[in-house]
Ligand binder design. Structure first.
Ligand SMILES: [Fe+2]
Ligand SMILES: [Fe+2]
Length: 134
């Protein structure tokens, strides 16, 4: 199953940002598919490690952009990033002993965060100061 499906509510109304967020969602789905593959070399801890790394990389890029631009709402935005990373670490600990990931539970925890964060913090940021260079 697909862990996360792109939906209109994810859109911040700027194509370049939506594109990046789609790539993030694709990455998450790809990692999950690798985990599900029967000949998986990907274990649950490795899956969460890669998931965390992929999401952190996206956050780091945004935070650098906000710092470089002197964006005034950096602190609450970064706090919301930290909130998701903390939650992921918690989920990771809970799954550590098991050999499979409950995809439904995981998507139910990720999806509301993405929906809200993209529409609030990310939309606000990118409408205020544009998009970061790649
Ligand atoms: Fe973002
Ligand atoms: Fe963000």
């Amino acid at each position: 199953m697909t862990l996360l499906r792109w939906k209109d509510e994810y859109s911040v109304g700027i194509a370049a940002v939506d594109h990046e967020h789609r790539e993030l969602i694709d990455l998450i789905n790809r990692l999950h598919q690798q985990l599900m593959a029967s000949d998986a070399e990907q274990t649950v801890p490795a899956f969460f490690g890669d998931l965390l790394a992929g999401i952190s990389a996206h956050f780091a890029l945004e935070e650098k952009f906000m710092r470089d631009q002197g964006y005034e709402r950096l602190a609450p935005h970064k706090e919301d990033h930290e909130r998701l990373l903390d939650e992921l670490r918690e989920i990771m600990d809970a799954f550590e002993q098991s050999e499979e990931v409950d995809a439904v539970e995981l998507s139910h925890r990720l999806d509301p965060w993405f929906t809200r964060h993209f529409r609030t913090h990310d939309a606000e940021l990118h409408h205020a100061i544009g998009t970061h260079p790649h």
